[in-house]
Design a protein around this ligand. Structure first.
Ligand SMILES: [Cu+2]
Length: 138
């Protein structure tokens, strides 16, 4: 046992302590970085999956359905068209004002221009129709 010799070779207690803290900090930073990376990639993967699903259903013309909010801008009974400013239609359209064909004239009965509505679109894009429409408190 060369007690004296070992003590000389080891680092002074304060420097040793400092190094440990540094190691801990580096480990913590790495752990946080890796954790954040996993979260970020997880979110990216989920988003890609969603986009892929949306793109596939658009490409194959699969029937889909959305229920979204909007405001009625015009009603054209002779065409069975309701012009609506609509919010984003996930995987299909960005927010805009446009005309939608109604599945039947009953759909827009009692609805007035300026009404805030919640409506359901159904069909295989771009052949979608309004199948339900109800006024909401604006
Ligand atoms: Cu649109």
């Amino acid at each position: 046992m060369g007690g004296v010799g070992e003590e000389r070779r080891s680092l002074p207690p304060t420097l040793n302590n400092l190094l440990w803290r540094l190691v801990l900090l580096v480990n913590l930073a790495l752990a946080l970085g890796v954790g954040w990376g996993y979260l970020w990639w997880g979110r990216q993967a989920a988003r890609l999956q969603r986009d892929l699903t949306a793109a596939r259903s658009l490409a194959t013309g699969t029937e889909r359905q959305w229920t979204i909010n909007g405001v009625v801008r015009a009603i054209l009974p002779e065409l069975d068209v309701v012009v609506i400013t609509h919010e984003e239609i996930p995987g299909y359209m960005t927010p805009m004002t446009m005309g939608f064909r109604a599945a039947s004239p009953k759909i827009y009965e009692g609805v007035r221009i300026g009404d805030a509505v919640r409506f359901t679109l159904r069909g295989a894009p771009p052949n979608v129709k309004v199948v339900a429409l109800e006024k909401v408190a604006s």
